[in-house]
Design a protein around this ligand. Structure first.
Ligand code: FDA
Length: 316
């Protein structure tokens, strides 16, 4: 069921007043831990090790976005470099297999929105991360943010792929442009994570009904599966998980030629079921103290998540 409160919750995700109220509400933190591995790297690595031991792959995300300060962007780069050094000690893939270790990064956390030269700064910061990831045997995928950043983000990814051909990008099926982006980016070696999209977008650029978004997701999936890249199917929706399996069979892809992806704390049983059945299953594991916007997007996705949150608050 679509969440009728989604637009209001996504608006609150951008509101400093709501941020302060919700962050300091009693009990919020214990709920946040359902979706966020912890506030520091050590907690994230503990979760990562357990997931790897269970047969799942990981993508670690240091939470933070919309950085308006160069120092903060540099601190984010330093945190990712420290994370990549520690990830380099974890078990690696055999040659030719999908890498079990990945980090995800938002370019807005690397300075993309800085007023002077933001795009160039984010590009250089992302290049530093890619070089560190290459040395550690870890993949990088660049998250998708709101539609005003899509051109800049895809241009940065395209530039970096000349040196780091394994660099992944996220495409959002709710954007009307995405089918065309899938066609452009389904070439050899291209790693594309397809998600539905989590931001509040106007009808001029994004499908608004759940049915239209799902139909777009299926069309995009068919393009990516028929293409020559490596599709990463990021959805908890049983219908999309099943569609991915069907499209993979139609395209003659084996289990190593695409993967499922889900968020930490969501449909844990289904994650394990897919991994046990031999499918590629990667879990996106966010950590860090800047969890507010990420947490609000999770609440906006499902009435049940919001109801759970409200019940916990009022029962205190
Ligand atoms: P959706 O929320 O439409 O739910 C459909 C159905 O799935 C539900 O009706 C239910 O059956 C099932 N379901 C969903 N949640 C469940 C739960 N908690 N328990 C049981 N069943 C549940 N977005 C973005 O804009 N930019 C990005 O970079 C990313 N990155 C990203 C990475 C990864 C790995 C994932 C999985 C997702 C993202 N997203 C994202 C978020 C994405 O755009 C989207 O908002 C969420 O995944 C929710 O959409 P779903 O496709 O999962 O199903």
């Amino acid at each position: 069921m679509a969440n009728p409160l989604r637009p209001a919750i996504l608006a609150a995700a951008r509101s400093p007043r709501m941020k302060s109220a919700i962050t300091h509400a009693p009990g919020t933190r214990s709920l946040v831990t359902r979706f966020v591995a912890g506030e520091d790297r050590g907690a994230a690595l503990t979760v990562a090790r357990a997931l790897l031991a269970s047969g799942r792959s990981i993508s670690l995300d240091h939470l933070g976005e919309d950085t308006a300060d160069l120092g903060q962007a540099r601190a984010t780069v330093a945190e990712y470099r420290a994370l990549l050094r520690e990830l380099g000690d974890l078990p690696q893939a055999r040659a030719g297999e999908p890498r079990p270790l990945e980090v995800s990064v938002k370019l807005s956390a690397l300075g993309q929105a800085l007023p002077a030269d933001g795009e160039a700064i984010a590009l250089e910061h992302a290049r530093v991360l890619c070089a560190a990831a290459e040395a550690a045997g870890v993949w990088v995928t660049v998250d998708a943010e709101d539609h005003t950043t899509t051109d800049s983000t895809l241009s940065i990814v395209t530039t970096l792929r000349a040196d780091f051909p394994w660099l992944g990008a996220v495409l959002q099926a709710y954007l009307r442009r995405t089918e065309a982006d899938c066609r452009d980016l389904a070439g050899p070696g291209s790693r594309i994570r397809l998600c539905k999209g989590a931001y509040r977008e106007p009808g001029s650029v994004a499908y608004q009904s759940a049915g239209d978004v799902d139909a777009s997701y299926r069309r995009c999936l068919a393009i990516l599966m028929a293409g020559q890249g490596y599709p990463m199917v990021a959805s908890h929706d049983p219908a999309m998980v099943a569609a991915a399996g069907d499209e993979a069979v139609r395209a003659g892809r084996g289990p190593d030629a695409f993967e499922h992806q889900m968020l930490y704390g969501i449909r844990e049983g289904e994650q394990q079921r897919l991994a046990d059945a031999g499918a590629g299953m990667r879990v996106y594991v966010p950590y860090g103290s800047q969890w507010y916007a990420y947490f609000m997007r999770r609440l906006a996705e499902r009435p049940a998540n919001l109801a759970f949150f409200v019940r916990q608050l009022v029962s205190r």
